[in-house]
Design a protein around this ligand. Structure first.
Ligand code: NAP
Length: 315
């Protein structure tokens, strides 16, 4: 017979690992399925300057590694596995995963959000051949080259600034004149001698599909309609993220952008009714704040609610 676990956590970013630390300390022996992007977004970022307790900042991967060790110290098990499908209405909840069927009394969904793409056929054809959404992973390949970054938020600023370590010139392309980025990040990008900002500009096509490497971009000014070509060797997308919630569609209420809707912060619902034993935390349910610290905070809340749920049922 399949063992029934007390708690399974989907995702190993800031929210999932915080939930793991709390449920492990409560003796629930959580199983964490690390998912397709182990460590979540922090594991592919550089310095985190706004996580309280690190006055000089900390590297994202180091912060995640510390959280993993902390969770494991209290008895959490982390598995490099991912979900295929889920039966939330079953008691216990059934998960079909890359490590087989798993039964659990509570499920904490911390599956986060993944990078968004422009959706151009030429962009999709050149992913891994000069098109990337991860500056920290791929920046190294563009040493001494000219590249472009798309986006107007903090991610785009961070990517552009990071890429100046390798690229000789970074052109930052944004579709509007106003930026979403925080003042401090925008000012750093504006002040950098190797970053050029182009506003009101969109990418119509990535050039180089036949050559199987990025050769340039076909750009369009959205105000004037004028088009031109920018010769670059790499294109980085910093245009936000999509929630990883598609497995739950039809079993959980999602909002119009696909984020899990929660009530009282972490309780999930289906047709407005609470789904028993299923809690959501972190970026998969947060379209507003999306910070490491808010993800960690909601991971803690989900864990406390899971613990309470089990206690009330005598487990
Ligand atoms: P974001 O704030 O949602 O910004 C996404 C940007 O991409 C926006 O400027 C948006 O343009 C643009 N965009 C979206 N879809 C596009 C498309 N199809 N074509 C062209 N442009 C497109 O996302 P984010 O920058 O990833 O930041 C998310 C959250 O994480 C924010 O709360 C941010 O503060 C936080 N964050 C913080 C740091 C840090 O503090 N170091 C670093 C990274 C992220 P519009 O403005 O026109 O909508």
């Amino acid at each position: 017979m399949t063992e029934i676990r007390d708690t399974v956590i989907l995702g190993s970013g800031c929210a999932g690992l915080t939930a793991a630390i709390y449920t492990a300390r409560a003796g629930l022996k959580p199983l964490v399925l690390e998912g397709h992007e182990p460590g979540g977004q922090l594991s592919i970022t550089t310095t985190v300057e706004n996580f309280p307790g690190w006055p000089d900042g900390i590297q994202g991967p180091e912060l995640i590694e510390n959280m993993k060790k902390q969770a494991q110290r209290f008895g959490a098990t982390l598995e490099m596995a991912h979900l295929h499908s889920v039966e939330l209405g079953a008691h216990p909840i059934k998960l079909h995963s890359s490590m087989g069927e798993i039964h659990t009394r509570t499920l904490i969904v911390a599956s986060g959000a993944s990078a968004r793409w422009l959706g151009l056929p030429s962009e999709q054809a050149l992913i891994g051949h000069g098109v990337s959404s991860c500056a920290t992973c791929d920046g190294f390949f563009f040493r001494g080259k000219e590249i472009a970054v798309v986006g107007g938020g903090d991610s785009a600023m961070e990517e552009a600034l990071f890429l100046t370590r390798f690229a000789t010139k970074v052109t930052l392309l944004h579709r509007r004149a106003q930026f979403r980025a925080s003042k401090i990040m925008l000012e750093r990008a504006v002040a950098h001698p190797n970053i050029e900002l182009r506003t009101n500009t969109i990418v119509d096509e990535v050039l180089g599909v036949d050559e199987k490497e990025v050769k340039g971009l076909k750009l369009r000014d959205v105000k004037t309609g004028e088009t031109d070509t920018l010769a670059i060797s790499g294109l980085f997308l910093g245009i936000g993220h999509e929630p990883n919630a598609k497995f739950f569609a039809g079993q959980m209420d999602l909002d119009d952008e696909g984020y899990i809707k929660t009530t009282n912060n972490v309780f999930t619902t289906n047709h407005g009714e609470i789904v028993p034993g299923v809690f959501a935390c972190g970026d998969v349910q947060d379209r507003r704040y999306r910070q490491a610290i808010t993800a960690a905070g909601s991971g803690c809340m989900a864990a406390l609610e899971a613990e309470k749920y089990l206690e009330e049922r005598g487990h």
